[in-house]
Design a protein around this ligand. Structure first.
Ligand SMILES: NC(=O)c1ccc[n+]([C@@H]2O[C@H](COP(=O)([O-])OP(=O)(O)OC[C@H]3O[C@@H](n4cnc5c(N)ncnc54)[C@H](OP(=O)(O)O)[C@@H]3O)[C@@H](O)[C@H]2O)c1
Length: 276
């Protein structure tokens, strides 16, 4: 049993609640919300050797994490390094793991130029950093408001929307060799038209493109607790940073979901269950 300190807000849960994934992830009301969380072990079950009461952990429990207490199998929980803030820790097993899976899928290396569509978002802002840790360059699409933010993450910002293909084509610099798509809206088609091979495209959202072109679609679901633990340690050591857009107390969960639904912002929105 874990006493949750912070849990992340995710746009996918809005889609599930509205029935967009009814065949894959049906919603049965009333039901919980929130997947990725950080907190203290409050009780341990019989035979659990790895954790003790009071240990700090991060974990993943689909549509159950936004609660004062959660019950988790030991396989869904890994240690939280003390140096990592509760807010950043709460996002490790969700957007952190998703960014990790997407980056692993395209296997960036020195000399690569990777486009990240939606680079300022929860997944995109972490993927932007992980790609550069592997020696590749990043072109990140965002609104004009987030151009400076992306430069601060080491990426070359590119305005999304009308004329994106032409802007990508006219861009001065090495050709684009891979795409991580967190947005949809034709980004996969643009990458293919720029000559990127389907095996070096990973989309989180474009189901049609996966069917049509056989592009990849690795996400949170393909990661392991060992990878969550590694990511938590990397974030704690400062290898990458989880940008936080806003922290909300539990009483403001409704406003938090309204803000997430705008699909604009910088990094993660986090729900705080208790002070510390
Ligand atoms: N299957 C999985 O395991 C999994 C896990 C996590 C996420 N996902 C999915 O991946 C997607 C991204 O998640 P997220 O948490 O990163 O989303 P998010 O944080 O809500 O993304 C918001 C960002 O998207 C940017 N954006 C909005 N419209 C855009 C456009 N047309 N082009 C480029 N950027 C645009 C915004 O930039 P501006 O503010 O500059 O407009 C903002 O920074 C979601 O659809 C989510 O459901 C799947």
């Amino acid at each position: 049993m874990i006493e949750v300190v912070a849990a992340a807000m995710n746009p996918g849960e809005i889609a599930i609640r509205e029935g967009a994934f009814a065949t894959m992830w049906p919603a049965h009301f009333p039901e919980g919300q929130g997947n990725d969380f950080a907190g203290y072990i409050a009780q341990v079950g019989k035979g659990v050797g790895r954790f003790e009461v009071g240990d700090q952990v991060v974990g993943y429990l689909p549509r159950a994490a936004q609660a004062d207490f959660v019950l988790a199998p030991v396989s869904q929980v890994v240690p939280k390094p003390h140096e990592l803030s509760w807010e950043q820790a709460a996002a490790i097993t969700g957007v952190g793991a998703t960014a990790w899976a997407a980056v692993e899928a395209i296997a960036p290396h020195e000399g690569d130029t990777v486009v990240i569509a939606g680079a300022a978002g929860g997944v995109g802002s972490i993927a932007t950093q992980l790609v550069q840790l592997r020696g590749a360059s990043v072109v990140g699409t965002a609104s004009a408001e987030n151009a400076e933010f992306l430069r601060g993450l080491g990426a070359e910002p590119m305005l999304y929307g009308e004329g994106l293909f032409e802007r990508m084509k006219a861009r001065i610099g090495p050709p684009v060799t891979a795409l991580i798509d967190t947005v949809g809206r034709g980004n996969v088609d643009i990458a293919l038209a720029l000559g990127v091979s389907p095996g070096r495209i990973n989309t989180l959202v474009d189901g049609g493109a996966i069917q049509r072109y056989g592009v990849r679609s690795e996400a949170q679901e393909s990661t392991t607790p060992q990878e969550w633990e590694l990511l938590a340690r990397m974030a704690a050591s400062g290898a990458f940073h989880v940008p936080i857009e806003q922290v909300y107390p539990l009483e403001q969960v409704r406003q938090a979901y309204i803000d997430v639904a705008t699909r604009h912002g910088r990094g993660k929105r986090i729900l705080r269950m208790r002070a510390d």
